[in-house]
Design a protein. Structure first.
Lengths: 323, 273, 382
């Protein structure tokens, strides 16, 4: 099953175990092999970031494209120099002045961190249960975790609208049971955003964690028991520390994309739900302020660089350890 | 491994999977609702599916989406497989760190950033936006997923197989096509399927990189969803979910069956010896 | 005239003793480094045509690297490798006239047995009909004619090993390289296959180079063995020479079981050397001339099966020890007696269990005598 899943992405990213081969002489074909994907990523992944950065230093204008200055190499070098001279940090200053932005950043990080924690609390027992399930069940369980991955993200978020809204299925059920006598307002609040993130990203956390827990040597737990350690303490002193790489990998895989999430806060959150992905979207599509949205993206990227680098370092360490 | 899972494990699994599946199941059920009020059950009906077929806009969007997904998945698979081979095989080379960074970063990069940056690139080179720009954008982020999937397949690959081919007189390029590719093919196919569904699903990147004449299905769904839950959308979603489920479950059953057969063969061979 | 070591000898085949003989494979001052690690250290080696040559050593000794350099998968940092007079530098693996049998067998999982064996022949563009003939010939050579259509996973370990062998022999290479060829087989199958491989090599008249960590494998099959350690060759000799006349404590200890006693040279008299082992308080006479002066430290090495053990005091003033039986290892065919000498030291003696009953069995803490002949042990200077 693992060959057909979107989540071997998550698991491999977590336990990437390809040893670094030695330097070897390369033929022309070998260079071409490297050059093709390399060039594609430089043109379509790396270069755009520099353009974003450049435009974040520009000014909004009523023009096509809607910013100034534009650099046109056809008009000669002096044009470039003029353009560079016209760059300003104005957009960044603007970001600090309007509290919408820094509140968005803060609230994004807060929402992402809280949801990551909730995901961990919900996901750990699932991963643990899967890893302890009878061997012949595990492939099926794994497929069940992976399957939602393949279904559209948008659809899965959309499905919650019908459940969470005032006259929705959750409220109907609760009213029917008699737990509440007034429908709860959940949709268009931060709670709905938490639910959406936890639901959407749960498999990202379960998979690396499962991959880790499955490898855990049962005889270690038996040894702890044999030496007089009760099961709950064995769990805290043996299982949890040994599954730390899986926990960390899973948490990063939830936290990093959740910070920049747009669809979930947009569809499930309320007007007071501040998340930076949504702010950027509004700035770009509604206000058509390309320079400011570029500046928002640059800062978001700077915020995420730290966890991304930490994540990659952790991967590297886990990889070296496994060798 | 202790047989017979504990009540705690069973409970957490049941609750966990209920959480994962209940929303989708409800969505599917309510797509067969007679009533237009999506939360009130008005009896079984397939009328929303019939209505879909006459919704030309939706069908057009679906066709655009499938074409984008097909082309971008194919291109992403080619590039991603190359990238995986480079990462797994090329040893150290100048810029390796940058390269592996560029391969892994899009996996966690927020889509708004990817979408915005690609759009600004297309604007900067004055490229008209539409079908092809979405395709390029989807290729870029899907190739990274393909690379990771194929790389995991390559990780379990016995290098001695390639060496054996060369030892028997097979030049490197031919070795790739006659030995390496057939063996990693399941990974490559899985990568293609992943790239295809990623492209099929994507709303954010497509919204940034599209032009006036190309609207994808997720964009269409999104614009309708913003207006509220409708049974038509439930029906579209059900079709998509059903399609993906059938493909994924079939693929995994086929793989599983092959594994079982292979295991049986191996046992027989050892028993005969 | 010194006696020759016992052991099988291929009559009339000892090209390594002939200074005029042209080596078939030659390593000239080859060095290979992986980062800071020197896998092969300035090593020179000559292998002759039709020889069955074994590279023997523990893991990390450089033996596999030697083989991989010969096959072309590694490039030496310094030095040259010649095959049949041709310098192999710059020749890629697919153009080298050597074939290799891989430790993992490396059978292509997506091809049938037939297609695996035919693979190499197809690469050299052999006509289809000829390929079919050769494949059949090879499969009958390894007795797998009935398995041609099977896939590798439908074969047992032993059968896979034979397919790998057939595949590497199909192109009739000048040299066949075998990387731990029997490592994955169980003991019984391994013993059978050892003899089959030797016969095959004799019949085909091919040069075989085998890499192994298993001394028994090397001893049974090879004409000559190179014992390697830390990227260097410690000794190259025939199996019996390696066993009976090791040139160092490393080789003596690596191959088989041995008792080592640190000694001082007491007297030298032509072919006779007298030693004294202080820790054992033992006088030793050896029928061997030694390159060491009086008073220098040397080591006396004697195999356990060449030590006699008895209740009766042996004759003569030298080559005898007395002690207490400390441990007895009963292995069925032989028993190993660990005898404590002077409280601290242990000497092992192996006794073949020739009859099922003995009048007076040896037991723990029995007082016994150990003794040996003058030509039973060797003196090692390093």
């Amino acid at each position: 099953m693992t060959s057909v899943d979107r989540t071997s992405v998550a698991t491999t990213a977590a336990g990437s175990d390809i040893p670094r081969p030695p330097r070897r002489r390369r033929s022309a074909g070998g260079w071409l092999l490297i050059a093709l994907p390399y060039a594609w990523l430089i043109v379509f992944f790396l270069a755009p970031f520099f353009i974003v950065f450049k435009i974040s230093l520009s000014e909004i204008a009523v023009a096509i494209p809607p910013y100034l200055p534009t650099i046109d190499l056809a008009e000669g070098w002096s044009n470039v120099v003029d353009a560079v001279g016209a760059f300003s940090l104005e957009n960044y200053i603007w970001l600090t002045q309007d509290d919408l932005y820094w509140k968005s950043y803060l609230s994004s990080v807060k929402i992402a961190a809280t949801s990551t924690l909730i995901t961990l609390i919900i996901g750990y027992p699932i991963a643990y249960g899967m890893a302890r399930a009878p061997r012949e069940w595990r492939a099926t369980l794994l497929m069940l975790v992976i399957l939602p991955f393949w279904t559209s993200f948008l659809i899965r978020v959309y499905a919650w609208i019908g459940i969470l809204k005032n006259e929705g299925l959750l409220n109907q059920a609760l009213l029917w049971i008699g737990v509440i006598d007034q429908p709860l307002t959940i949709l268009n609040t931060n709670i709905a955003v938490y639910i959406g993130i936890v639901y959407s990203y749960l498999p990202f956390l379960v998979l690396p964690l499962y991959a880790n827990l499955e490898k855990l040597d049962i005889s270690l737990l038996e040894a702890a028991g044999d030496l007089g350690c009760p099961p709950w303490r064995t769990f805290w002193t043996i299982t949890v520390p040994l599954s730390m790489p899986g926990i960390i990998a899973g948490c990063f895989l939830v936290f990093i994309p959740a910070v920049g999430e747009f669809v979930i806060p947009d569809l499930l959150g309320g007007s007071d739900t501040l998340m930076i992905g949504k702010t950027l979207w509004t700035e770009f599509f509604t206000n058509r302020d390309w320079p400011v949205s570029s500046a928002v993206a640059v800062i978001l990227l700077l915020i995420l660089v730290v966890p991304i680098v930490l994540f990659q370092n952790q991967q590297q360490k886990a990889m070296e350890k496994s060798q | 491994m202790r047989k017979g899972a504990s009540w705690f494990n069973v409970t957490s699994l049941v609750l966990g999977f209920a959480f994962l599946y209940l929303p989708i199941v409800l969505l599917v059920i309510y797509s067969f609702n007679e009533s237009r009020l999506v939360t009130v059950w008005g009896g079984f009906s397939t009328k929303w599916y019939v209505e879909l077929l006459s919704n030309q806009q939706l069908l057009d969007a679906a066709w655009v989406t499938v074409r984008v997904a097909f082309f971008s998945a194919t291109l992403a698979t080619a590039l991603g497989t190359l990238a995986a081979i480079v990462l797994a095989r090329s040893g150290r080379f100048v810029g390796r760190t940058l390269f592996s960074g560029m391969v892994y970063a899009p996996l966690v990069m927020p889509e708004v950033i990817l979408g915005l940056s690609l759009l600004l690139l297309f604007v900067a080179v004055d490229q008209a936006r539409g079908f092809w720009t979405i395709m390029i954008a989807h290729t870029t982020f899907a190739m990274c997923y393909v690379a990771v999937v194929v790389q995991s397949r390559l990780a379990g690959f016995d290098r001695a197989l390639e060496e054996a081919a060369q030892d028997l007189g097979c030049p490197p390029l031919r070795t790739f096509f006659s030995v390496t590719l057939p063996i990693i093919l399941p990974g490559v196919i899985a990568g293609w399927m992943l790239a295809f569904t990623l492209s099929l699903d994507d709303l954010v990147i497509a919204s940034f990189t599209t032009g006036p004449e190309a609207t994808t299905l997720p964009m269409k769904i999104y614009s309708q969803v913003r207006l509220g839950v409708t049974p038509e959308i439930n029906a579209v979603c059900t079709i998509l979910v059903g399609l993906v489920t059938v493909i994924v479950v079939t693929a995994s059953i086929v793989t599983k069956r092959q594994e079982v057969l292979k295991e049986r063969d191996m046992r027989q061979a050892e028993a005969q010896a | 005239m010194a006696k020759k070591p016992i052991g099988p000898i291929r009559r009339d085949f000892a090209p390594w003793d002939d200074p005029q003989a042209r080596p078939y494979i030659e390593f000239r001052n080859v060095t290979k480094k992986f980062g800071d690690f020197t896998a092969v250290d300035n090593l020179s080696l000559k292998i002759h045509e039709r020889e069955f040559f074994a590279l023997l050593g523990g893991s990390g000794c450089g033996k596999t690297t030697m083989m991989r350099m010969l096959a072309g998968f590694e490039t030496p940092n310094a030095g040259e490798i010649f095959l049949d007079g041709q310098n192999l530098a710059g020749v890629p693996p697919h153009r080298r006239p050597v074939n290799m049998m891989f430790q993992s067998y490396a059978l292509f999982p997506h091809m049938s047995v037939e297609a695996n064996v035919a693979f190499g022949l197809k690469q050299e563009g052999m006509p289809r009909a000829e390929i079919a003939g050769r494949v059949e010939e090879m499969l009958s050579l390894v007795k797998l004619q009935d398995f041609a259509k099977r896939k590798p996973h439908q074969l047992s370990g032993g059968q896979r090993q034979r397919v790998a062998l057939a595949r590497s022999l199909a192109k009739k290479p000048k040299v066949l390289l075998l990387d731990e060829p029997l490592g994955a087989l169980d003991r019984k199958l391994r013993e059978e296959t050892q003899f089959e491989l030797t016969d095959l090599q004799q019949d085909l008249g091919m040069t075989f180079v085998i890499v192994t960590h298993d001394q028994e494998e090397a001893m049974t099959m090879a004409d000559r063995i190179a014992v390697m350690d830390k990227g260097r060759i410690v000794q190259i000799a025939t199996p019996s020479e390696i066993y009976e006349v090791p040139n160092s404590r490393f080789v003596a200890d690596f191959i088989g079981d041995i008792n080592l006693m640190e000694c001082k040279v007491v007297a030298r008299n032509g072919e006779m050397t007298k030693l004294h082992a202080p820790l054992f308080d033992c006088a030793i006479e050896v029928a061997q001339s030694v390159e060491a002066g009086i008073g220098e430290t040397v080591w006396f090495a004697i195999r356990p099966e060449k030590v006699r053990i008895s209740f009766d005091e042996p004759e003569g003033p030298a080559n005898r020890l007395t002690g207490e039986v400390w441990d007895i290892g009963y292995l069925g065919d032989v028993s190993i007696y660990h005898t404590h000498i002077a409280e601290e030291e242990t000497v092992r003696a192996t006794v073949a269990n020739r009859s099922r009953v003995v009048e007076r069995p040896m037991s723990w803490e029995d007082k016994v005598w150990l003794s040996w002949d003058r030509d039973a042990g060797v003196v090692l200077t390093r």
